[in-house]
Design a protein around this ligand. Structure first.
Ligand SMILES: [Mn+2]
Length: 240
C-alpha cells in the first residue's frame, strides 16, 4: 500500500454498469487508487450525444467541480467506465506531475491528431483548474450543445488554459488505431461505429482482457489478427 492513494472518479449509469463491474472495477488497483464511484440513475442506452448521455455529462462536470473543491492541491483522476487497467500504478500516473507547473494531463483522442479525449484525465486541484472546469461547464451548456469533450478542446486552445499535456500512447484508446502499445497501462474502449455502444465496448474490452500479462506470442497473434480485420474493414468486407 502506498502512503496516499490517488482519488479516481467515475460516473456509473445503468446502461454502462456492466462495463464497470466486469472490466473497470476488477482491473483497478485499489492499493494505488481511491475509488469514488458516482451513481447516476437514468433511463436510456447512453449512446454518444443522446439526451441521456448529455444529462450524464452535465452531472459529471458538476461533480468534477465539486471534486476539485474537495481535494485542494491534490492530483485526482476522472475516468470513464468503458476502460480497463493494465497494472496502472500511482507512480506511473503521477510521473508527468513532477513538473510542478503541470495542471492537467489528458488522453489523446486519436493518433496523429491534437484533440483530447474527455474520457480519461488527471488534474491538479487548485483555483486555476476550478475556474477552468467552471468554464467547461458553461461552454458545455452554451457553446458545444452538451458535449463536454468539445468544450474541453475549445477551452484548451485558449491562452488562459491551465498548463496541460497529453498522456503518452500507453494510455491507449481504440480510436488510436488497432496497434496497441505493449506497455499500455489502460485500454479505453472508444467506439468505432455509431449505435449499440455497450455491446461493442464489451467485445473490445473482452478482446484485450489482462493484456499486460499476455505472452509475446499471444500479443503477436492479437496484433496480426487486428491488422487483418482492419484490412477487411478497409475493403468493405467487415464492419467491426
Ligand atoms: Mn469512454
Amino acid at each position: 500500500m502506498i502512503s496516499e492513494r490517488i482519488p479516481i472518479y467515475a460516473v456509473i449509469t445503468p446502461s454502462h454498469r456492466v462495463l464497470y463491474e466486469e472490466f473497470f472495477l476488477p482491473s483497478l488497483n485499489q492499493d494505488h487508487f481511491e475509488l469514488h464511484a458516482l451513481d447516476l440513475e437514468q433511463e436510456g442506452k447512453g449512446e454518444f450525444l443522446a439526451d441521456d448521455f448529455k444529462q450524464c455529462i452535465l452531472f459529471k462536470v458538476e461533480q468534477i467541480i465539486a471534486s476539485i473543491k474537495k481535494h485542494q492541491q491534490k492530483i485526482i483522476v476522472w475516468s470513464d467506465v468503458d476502460i480497463q487497467f493494465f497494472g496502472l500504478t500511482a507512480t506511473k500516473l503521477l510521473a508527468p506531475f513532477k513538473n510542478v507547473k503541470l495542471l492537467f494531463a489528458v488522453q489523446r483522442l486519436a493518433r496523429g491528431r491534437n484533440d483530447v479525449c474527455g474520457g480519461f484525465y488527471a488534474l491538479r486541484c487548485n483555483e486555476q483548474t476550478l475556474r477552468f472546469f467552471e468554464n467547461v461547464l458553461d461552454a458545455t451548456i452554451h457553446e458545444t450543445n452538451g458535449n463536454e469533450q468539445d468544450a474541453l478542446n475549445l477551452l484548451l486552445q485558449k491562452d488562459s488554459a491551465p498548463e496541460w499535456e497529453f498522456l503518452g500512447p500507453e494510455f491507449y484508446a481504440r480510436t488510436h488505431g488497432v496497434w496497441i502499445p505493449r506497455n499500455s497501462v489502460i485500454h479505453h474502449a472508444t467506439c468505432i461505429l455509431p449505435g449499440d455502444a455497450v455491446r461493442q465496448k464489451v467485445n473490445l474490452l473482452q478482446g484485450l482482457n489482462q493484456f499486460h500479462q499476455w505472452s509475446n506470442t499471444r500479443r503477436l497473434i492479437f496484433r496480426l489478427s487486428s491488422l487483418a480485420k482492419a484490412l477487411l474493414r478497409k475493403i468493405g468486407l467487415r464492419s467491426l
